[in-house]
Ligand binder design. Structure first.
Ligand code: MRU
Length: 325
């Protein structure tokens, strides 16, 4: 089934990429005709979200193969675009040496869509009737081939008539929660409330949150999970308030080569994103800035990880290895 929100449109000889930098104000697609243009789209956040980045990279190699380009060089350029989401490297590995790159890229895209639907069905079972579900960043249709991981679970729970509502955290500094998750939910008339990140503790303390569900960029062999900066804070607060904290991610987000979260590379992004937003600057010249784009939530804070193969409750090395084997 064609997804309602399409972050990527494969047109055979062109990849059209929805420019997520302009959302929610403008719906504009950027055309990419080779791997270098796709790498730029990933690096510049035109397309973002772990599974979407993986799909885009696969299509980038398919474009390059079609034009008879240098696939080794193309893979290098794509691999250098962003460091944290393992789906990018997973997709590049899977594309390496395949006989029909275009067919493989389309398979990666279609499998991601199917995985999201399956996670939606499995995850919806964890969400209670009438639950107020918090999410952080955007793990929605925009961040995947379509439908979404965490927002896929929310979509499925909503479609099942569970009468849920969503709290989306703004997600400073890049505002994926405010610009993208809120937009996706409003489009589909799923009740959604926007809060700033520093309101999370208060809302939990006031018993206004029943569950948290987020996506992931890379999950280590022991279940430690890298996701958008601020996720760790939300997980700590959820534990403090006895609120279940769920992660939804396809198996392509697991990195069994990494034993725990300390080895996950964390992208450091430009200072401008913290100093201001778009044309507006609010901090003084000369101030030092840190801008880590992701953090790691230890497995012990995660109630369950929802994958397309099943739900891993209280994830650890053994339960993850057994599900992925
Ligand atoms: O920097 P981004 O916007 O690419 O970060 C995205 C996230 O952290 C998402 O939560 C994650 O990729 C999961 S998307 C299904």
């Amino acid at each position: 089934m064609k997804p309602a929100v399409e972050p990527l449109r494969w047109c055979g000889d062109v990849l059209e990429v929805l420019d997520q930098r302009l959302l929610p104000d403008q719906l504009t697609y950027v055309r990419c005709v080779n791997a270098a243009e796709v790498a730029t789209a990933i690096r510049d956040m035109i397309v973002r979200g772990a599974p979407a980045i993986g799909c885009a990279a696969a299509f980038g190699l398919a474009l390059e193969a079609q034009r008879g380009g240098d696939l080794v060089a193309a893979e290098k350029i794509l691999a250098a675009s962003r460091p944290t989401a393992v789906n990018l490297f997973w997709a590049l590995d899977r594309m390496r040496g395949v006989e029909h790159p275009r067919v493989e890229a389309e398979a990666i895209y279609n499998e991601d869509l199917a995985a999201n639907r399956r996670m939606g069905a499995l995850g919806a079972a964890l969400i209670a009737q009438g639950a107020r579900v918090m999410t952080h960043c955007n793990a929605g249709a925009l961040a995947t081939a379509g439908y979404g991981t965490a927002l896929g679970v929310i979509r499925a729970a909503h479609a099942a008539g569970k009468n849920i509502s969503v709290i989306t955290n703004e997600t400073r500094p890049y505002l994926q929660g405010a610009r993208l998750s809120a937009w996706e939910m409003v489009q589909e008339d799923i009740p959604v409330t926007l809060v700033t990140d520093n309101m999370v503790g208060h809302l939990m303390h006031c018993r206004e949150v029943d569950a948290v569900i987020v996506g992931a960029d890379r999950i280590a062999a022991n279940g430690d999970t890298a996701n958008k900066i601020g996720t760790y804070t939300v997980a700590v607060l959820a534990q403090r308030h006895n609120i279940p904290f769920y992660v939804a991610a396809p198996v392509s987000t697991f990195d069994l080569n990494i034993t725990d979260g300390s080895a996950i590379p964390i992208e450091e992004r430009p200072a401008e994103e913290v100093l201001g937003y778009r044309e507006l600057r609010w901090a003084p010249q000369g101030v030092m800035v840190r801008n880590p784009a992701f953090d790691v939530t230890p497995a012990e804070l995660i109630t369950a990880i929802v994958t397309e193969r099943g739900v891993i409750h209280q994830p650890n090395k053994a339960s993850i290895a057994s599900l992925l084997s």
